[in-house]
Every structure is written in C-alpha cells, then in structure tokens.
Design a protein around this ligand. Structure first.
Ligand SMILES: Cc1ncc(COP(=O)(O)O)c(C=O)c1O
Length: 383
C-alpha cells in the first residue's frame, strides 16, 4: 500500500463499535471492568486508550515500524527515549540538534551521571571516533534543525551496529513521507507530530516508533511511568490532520524548492540552506536516503539588522516558534528554537544571529515570493 493510501486506510480509521468514519474521542480516564480480575484491554487511559492507540498504530504504519508510542509532545517522546540511558552511560549526538534536546542532555541528564559528545554528524568517522566503552546511543537528526545538515544514516547505523550501540533518529523534518529511518537500520524514530504530521499548528504531540519488541516493552513502561501521554483530544486532532499529510507535503515541498532557488539569487541573502539544492554539501547523501528536500529551508542575511528589517516587513508567514503548519512560518533560531543554548554553543553549532528559518506552507508560490521580495527590498532597497 502506498503511503498516500495508508494515510487513509492503513490503520484503524473506522470505529469498530459503530462504523463511525473516524475513531471517536474515547474521553475517559478509566474503564469499567465487569470482573476486576480480567479486563478487555483497557483499564486506565495512561496505560492505554482506543483513540490514542489508533494514533500509535497510524504512526507505526507510516514509519514502517511494528510499534508506535504517543506522547504529549516531541520533547516528551525524546525524554522517554533518552531514559534508555543509565548512570555512567555515554551518548553521541550530532552538533546542531533541536535546542530542547540539547538542553535536556546538557542541563538534566548530565545531573544523573550521563555523559555526551557532540560531533559534526556529516562525517561518519566523527561518530566512530567519539565512541567510548560506555557509549550506548547515537542520536541523529537529519536534515538537522535549523541548518539542514545531512547525516548519512546507513553509514552511521553500520558503525553503531559494529559497536553494539543503538541509534535514534529524529525524523520530524522529513516526515515518513520522504524518509524512513527504520528501513535504513535505525532502532528508534522520534517525531514531533506538532509539526507536519498534524500540520495545522493546533496540537502539541510526539511519537516514538520502533520494530524491536523488547525495546517497545521498555519504552511502553517509560510512557506509563513518566506519564507524559498524549491527550485524547490531541490524538483525535492528530488523526484528522494526518490524513492530508501527503497532499500538504507535496504542495509545500514544490513551493519550497522554488523559493530556495529564488532566495539563492537574491543579493540580500548570503547563503541558503536546503538539502534539495545542488549547492548543498549533503545533497547526494540526502538523495540516497530521502525522496525530497522537504518544506523547511534556512537562509542567512548579511547582518542581524537585516534580519530585524525582514521580520518587520514580512506580511504573510506567521512569525512563530514552530514549523510544519499549513501556514508558512518564519522563525529566528538564534532567539527561538535555539535560544535556550548559550551564545557559544549556538555559534559552535553554526546558528548565527543572521540566520532565518522558513517553514513553507500551502499558500500560493506567487504570493509568498512577492512577500519575501518586498520584505527583502525593504532590508536593502538598492537591490
Ligand atoms: C526537530 C525537532 N524535534 C523535536 C522537537 C520538539 O517537539 P515538541 O515541540 O513537539 O516538543 C522540535 C520542536 O521544534 C523539533 O523541531
């Protein structure tokens, strides 16, 4: 079954009890048990709920995994995954990961005796060189947020497997439509469904997807023990939003490619970061493992003042801390997604004060181009 079809028919979409065309919101915290010694599968929503399970089955299907687990946010999913680590363990991560993941490691897990090494993930040998006897996990994000750096998933997985290390891949930017890390040997996929999967900027949600039964049992326990489950209402909204994922992505990506090329030609833009461009250093690796450059691009202007000018003049995209909505979203990683990192860490990761990130929505290409042009013209009227 193609993914476009699976989005509509590949998981429980019809309510078994009534035939309703969408799984109802089973808005209950607890379930009556005729006989308390046995139950029909559901006892308490933190342990399991039919609406939430439909969302989990949906994500497992889309990511080509056997098991899905839903969480109250992408960060809750990431934290549940990082709790695979124990005191004394070591994790290797790519340099420019999502700021929240960076913060969890450097401010929280470090207090529990977990150590970490950040590497420039584009070079597989950097992962190998960072391995220590106590290394348990590799954590990669490709393309990365916000610089769209590309990690060679298969190369890194092969190093990990040789060294009995598990790999986690944050697949939020590509979505399962364009990249399937589990089929490339990754053990665990992270998704912030807040972004493209839900797609309407009205839900915060996260998922973990995996194949291994033992890993699933461990993480199912983490879900239950940490308690950051997805709400029933959010699970239902996710199930509604995800049905149009393929359509939304197709439109956004077509526009993103053309906008990236357009921005490359602008004098006010010093660099465009988009893995679909021939000028992107990771383009060949990206093409090998993903079927599109995606709908997020970043670009650098000539100065911080120019960035302020652009944000003052732009009219169509909302200016916000997120991505993956039907509306285009312009954001400023320096102060938004990566603002929780120290200035030194941001610069080391390549996140500069002149960098802007654009998540391309489903508006018309002509309107988005005209809006970016008028805003850039105000930044520097001579061009
Ligand atoms: C790549 C990536 N992963 C994870 C997250 C965290 O997801 P959430 O905001 O749903 O907790 C984000 C949020 O921006 C992200 O961009």
């Amino acid at each position: 079954m193609d993914l476009e079809t699976a989005l509509l028919h590949g998981y429980p979409v019809i309510d078994q009890m009534t035939g309703a065309s969408s799984i109802p919101k089973y808005q209950a915290s607890t379930f009556h048990q005729e006989n308390f010694r046995e139950h029909d599968g559901y006892t308490y929503t933190r342990f399991g709920n039919p609406t939430i399970e439909a969302a989990e089955t949906c994500m497992a299907k889309l990511e080509h995994g056997r098991h899905g687990l839903a969480f109250s946010s992408g960060m809750a999913a990431i934290n549940a995954a990082l709790f695979l680590l124990s005191q004394g363990d070591h994790i290797v991560l790519c340099h420019d990961i999502y700021g929240g993941t960076f913060q969890t490691l450097t401010e929280m897990l470090v207090r529990f005796g977990i150590s970490y090494t950040f590497v420039k993930g584009q070079e597989p040998k950097n992962w190998e060189q960072a391995i220590r006897p106590e290394t348990k996990l590799f954590y990669l994000e490709t393309p990365s947020n916000p610089l769209l750096n590309v990690v060679d998933i298969e190369a890194v997985v092969s190093i990990a497997k040789k060294n009995h290390i598990q790999t986690i891949c944050d697949n939020t930017f590509m979505t399962p439509i364009y990249q399937n890390p589990l089929t490339l040997g990754v053990d665990l996929v992270v998704q912030s469904a807040t972004k493209f999967l839900n797609g309407h900027s009205d839900v915060v949600a996260g998922f973990l997807v995996m194949n291994d039964d033992h890993l699933y049992q461990r993480l199912k326990k983490h879900q239950k023990m940490l308690g950051a489950i997805l709400g029933v209402e959010e699970a239902w909204l996710f199930l509604r939003g995800v049905k149009t994922l393929a359509l939304r992505m197709e439109k956004s990506v077509t526009t993103a490619v053309l906008l990236a090329e357009h921005l490359q030609r602008k004098n006010q833009v010093s660099r465009v970061y988009y893995p679909g461009l021939a000028s992107h250093p990771g383009q060949l690796v990206h093409q090998k493992q993903a079927s599109s450059g995606g709908a997020v691009l970043s670009f650098e202007l000539l100065s911080t003042e120019a960035v302020y000018g652009l944000f003052d003049a732009i009219k169509l995209p909302i200016v916000a801390v997120s991505l993956g909505g039907v509306e285009s979203i312009l954001s400023y990683p320096w102060q938004m997604s990566h603002g929780c990192m120290s200035e030194q860490d941001r610069l080391a990761a390549g996140v500069t004060p002149a960098l802007v990130r654009l998540s391309v929505g489903i508006e018309s290409l002509a309107d988005l181009t005209a809006d970016l042009d008028q805003a850039l013209d105000k930044v520097n009227p001579s061009h």
